[in-house]
Ligand binder design. Structure first.
Ligand SMILES: [Zn+2]
Length: 262
């Protein structure tokens, strides 16, 4: 996938993303091979800091950046950090890689004999791992997985946690030392992918839209309408108001058409 192809996939699947510095050119291709890419790996960064872009771009002396391709902020924003070989996967188990390629059940990772940075896209979720990631982060991770799978013709068995790849790792964590249930993650990816890229309003979004409509102070509640304790407005009054405006617009249009005919 090229950077341009990635951007078009992110748009297609409605992944909320932002570009950081020259991410398209930022990689470690000068240090080793990149590709063929066979899967997508989920990580946690190990800290709850609110802005981890610089850390993921630069890395640190023992582990130079980029440390991933995608940095997933607590609000669910997917920051584009690098493109190409990145320092995220380290050495892992060739049996696991085979299972990713074959999209089959993952064996226990008990070897570190294969270069993962060559073969995986990587997302770093910004949290400690001692608790669950935010719902917004989780939803972005699912959508991002769908966007990648859709491009390559992969299914959910192409996603793994770092803890399934490299012995001793447990990211992405759900509590200290325990990895998120990656089988649940894969089930959620499969379900979302099946629905296709059409946006799906989460319950949160629905609640919020309802509240916004409720709070609009554009029209008094119709007489006798039960406003549920709010004596000035009700969602139904908004609909009545819209219908009234539609009548006004239609009358104006009629006048204009008559004038044009005349
Ligand atoms: Zn990791």
């Amino acid at each position: 996938m090229t950077p341009a192809q990635l951007l078009s996939q992110l748009k297609k699947w409605g992944v909320k993303y932002k570009e950081y510095e020259d991410w398209e050119e930022h990689n470690r291709n000068h240090k080793g091979p990149w590709g063929p890419v066979y899967g997508f790996m989920w990580h946690h960064t190990g800290t709850d800091n609110k802005d981890q872009r610089l850390l993921l771009r630069k890395g640190y002396s023992e582990l130079p950046g980029p440390l991933c391709h995608f940095g997933i902020a607590q609000d669910g924003t997917c920051w584009l950090i690098g493109w190409g070989r990145a320092n995220h996967a380290g050495s892992g188990d060739d049996d696991v890689l085979r299972a990713v390629i074959n999209e089959s059940r993952k064996p226990t990772d008990d070897e570190a004999n294969t270069d993962g940075n060559r073969h995986f896209y990587g997302a770093e979720f910004w949290y400690s791992g001692n608790h669950a990631m935010t719902q917004a982060q989780y939803e972005t991770g699912i959508l991002l997985s769908c966007a990648i799978n859709d491009f390559h013709g992969w299914n959910e068995e192409s996603e793994i946690g770092h803890g399934e790849w490299q012995p001793g790792k447990w990211d992405p964590g759900i509590r200290s030392g325990d990895m998120e249930d990656m089988n649940r993650v894969r089930r959620d990816i499969a379900a979302r992918q099946k629905m296709g890229p059409k946006p799906v309003a989460s319950n949160n979004q629905k609640t919020q839209t309802y509240r916004e409509v409720w709070d609009l102070d554009v029209a008094p509640a119709p007489k006798g309408h039960d406003t549920g304790g709010n004596k000035y407005r009700a969602p139904i009054s908004l609909l009545v108001w819209i219908a009234e405006q539609q009548d006004v617009i239609n009358k104006k249009l009629d006048e204009i058409m008559k004038r044009l005919d005349g």
